[in-house]
Design a protein around this ligand. Structure first.
Ligand code: R5P
Length: 323
């Protein structure tokens, strides 16, 4: 067993301290002391309050809303830890924001996912650990090692408890086919796909449902729910097509705008999200059950620290590549 840096240290910014505390509780280690405040003009005022020289350091920080504040806190941590002579710095980003801007899909637009990857690397990260990147190829935007975890095993434990009858896994758009197939494989179910067209960041139009949902319980899966428009419209259309019960399952609960109202108004019987992103005050959908990724992240951090295999955590449970 090789251990990089004698001491393991885990820090968090203000994105999701609760998740970081839960990770530490699972690992039986204290959360590293740091002050992450704001100057009166809004600039970030960060100080790590314990020695990190030679330590193997992990910073838990989702780049969820407020995206730019959380991102800059993460960058400040990287810079600070590098200058404080940490042996190795891992950016633990359970939810990686800007992931949907992963290519130039029209002229004169930035590739912000690449820009964010460049910033994190330049700031001093040696490794990245993330969960369900919107596009797996974002791993290649980094020239440092990226451990990419799946939330599916965490969510599947709860999905099985739903007791869906004659289930069919439905993706709310073509881009989610691969993810739907992976859930389908776990559930022993086939899949259907909703032919969705995005009109704007807020609005999508559903053209068709490809697959037979009538009389079957539907497990609707997506990597993220942002405004809630796609998933709530998908829940309505499968119901209109005569489906049985509808369940919503997603890794990242961004839940911006009127997402909670949309989810509460849609015909889903149960909603399963992970806790990669904290729920805002008053921002909890009524039928939500959260599944924590803290144990998964704790096990992974422990393995990285001990230089043990991370992929073996998912043996036989990766997303199938035969799309
Ligand atoms: C799209 O490719 C993603 O997988 C999600 O379907 C999408 O980002 C959800 O956005 P919203 O909740 O705003 O419809």
């Amino acid at each position: 067993m090789t251990m990089r840096g004698e001491r393991l240290r885990i820090f968090t910014g203000n994105a999701h301290p609760e998740l970081a505390k839960n990770i530490c509780a699972h690992m039986g280690v204290p959360l590293g002391e740091a002050t992450v405040e704001r100057f009166p003009d809004g600039e970030i005022n960060l100080k790590v309050d314990c020695d990190v020289r030679g330590a193997d350091v992990f910073v838990v920080q989702s780049t969820c809303p407020p995206v730019h504040v959380n991102l800059f806190e993460l960058l400040s941590f990287m810079d600070c830890l590098r200058r404080a002579s940490a042996d190795r710095i891992t950016a633990v980003i359970p939810y990686f924001g800007y992931a949907r801007k992963d290519r130039k899909d029209e002229g004169r637009v930035p590739i912000n996912a690449k820009l964010v990857a460049n910033l994190i690397t330049a700031a001093g990260a040696d490794r990245v650990l993330s969960i369900d990147l919107h596009a797996a190829q974002i791993q290649g935007f980094f020239d440092i090692p990226v451990d990419h975890l799946y939330a599916r095993p965490v969510l599947m434990d709860k999905v099985r408890e739903l007791g869906a009858e004659n289930p069919i896994v439905v993706s709310p758009d073509v881009g989610g086919t691969k993810l739907a197939r992976a859930y389908g494989k776990d559930l022993g179910a086939d899949i259907a796909i909703i032919d969705k067209r995005r009109v704007s960041g807020e609005t999508t139009v559903i053209e068709n449902v490809v697959g037979e949902v009538e009389g079957r319980d539907v497990v609707l899966v997506d990597d993220m729910v942002s405004t809630g428009g796609s998933i709530s419209a998908a829940a309505r259309i499968v119901k209109e097509k005569g489906s049985g019960r509808v369940f919503i399952v997603a890794s990242h609960a961004v839940l911006c705008g009127k997402a909670v109202e949309k989810l509460d108004a849609c015909p889903a019987e149960k909603i399963l999200f992970t806790d990669t992103i904290p729920l805002q005050e008053g921002g909890r959908p009524a039928r939500l059950e959260q599944c924590s990724v803290a144990p998964l992240l704790a096990r992974t951090i422990d393995r990285i620290h001990r230089s043990e295999s991370v992929s073996s955590l998912f043996e036989g449970r990766a997303i199938p590549s035969d799309t």
